[in-house]
Design a binder for this molecule. Structure first.
Ligand code: HEM
Ligand code: HEM
Length: 183
């Protein structure tokens, strides 16, 4: 059985903040893309990177210890927090996969990062399917934005109202003595 741990591991922290940055960048790129088609190769490349980092992250999460919730955290908040985290893992896989399926049903994925020839997902080439997948891709991204707002509100609540360790344990370099006071 895996042990509980007092903070996220450096690998978890690094992947969390890298993926958060890449997702926000890709949302901004997506907004700008209709006027700037030249940004689309970046959108694909960043999105596939998020997919690969999320696969790595899920494997890491399942094979390494992670922190327990603080003892005084109420049950409803634990359920909400865990549900949002699981929904994130699902969406961080589903959003890039749907985007990838969209281009696979259309013109093909082509290159990522300008030099890596990427393969297509096995979906039929069809303009209708392409549009449907594109719609699902966008809807999933909008759901992710709503969850990010909820997630950030949760993090700020822990930091400024509950004043517990939840925010700090996702930051690099927390001293053990600080954790001992709180857990
Ligand atoms: C972090 C991952 C991703 C996020 C957050 C994201 C987000 C979005 C959003 C919000 C849009 C809608 C843009 C608009 O209509 O104004 C969009 C469109 C699109 N994205 Fe992504 N995307 C991601 C990954 C990918 C990947 C990996 C691909 C392909 C390999 C891709 C392909 C597309 C395509 C083809 C469209 C246009 C869809 C259409 O015309 O209906 N996306 N993306
Ligand atoms: C696109 C943006 C983001 C995504 C997809 C995301 C995703 C996640 C996920 C999946 C976890 C759960 C880790 C686990 O498996 O236990 C997590 C934890 C966490 N995130 Fe984010 N995050 C994002 C942005 C942010 C931002 C902007 C903040 C802070 C303002 C933040 C603060 C935290 C904190 C404090 C935790 C630890 C929660 C705990 O210990 O229970 N995240 N995040």
């Amino acid at each position: 059985m895996r042990e509980a741990y007092d903070r996220y591991s450096n690998v978890s922290i690094l992947i969390h903040w890298t993926v958060a940055l890449l997702v926000v960048a890709n949302l901004l790129i997506a907004l700008a893309m209709s006027d700037h088609r030249e940004l689309f190769p970046w959108h694909k490349s960043i999105g596939i990177t998020v997919l690969l980092l999320t696969l790595l992250r899920i494997v890491w999460r399942l094979t390494h210890p992670w922190p327990h919730f603080p003892e005084r955290m109420p049950g409803w908040e634990r359920v909400l927090s865990r549900s949002v985290h699981i929904a994130f893992y699902v969406l961080l896989l589903a959003i890039p996969l749907l985007g990838w399926a969209t281009v696979s049903a259309g013109r093909g994925t082509g290159e990522i990062y300008g030099f890596i020839q990427w393969f297509d997902l096995p979906v039929a080439k069809s303009p209708e399917l392409r549009d449907q997948l594109g719609g699902l891709h966008e809807a999933a991204a909008i759901l992710a934005v709503a969850l990010v707002v909820l997630h950030v509100c949760g993090a700020l609540k822990h930091q400024f109202f509950d004043e517990d360790v939840v925010f700090h344990r996702m930051l690099p370099g927390l001293r053990q003595s600080h954790m001992d006071d709180e857990i």
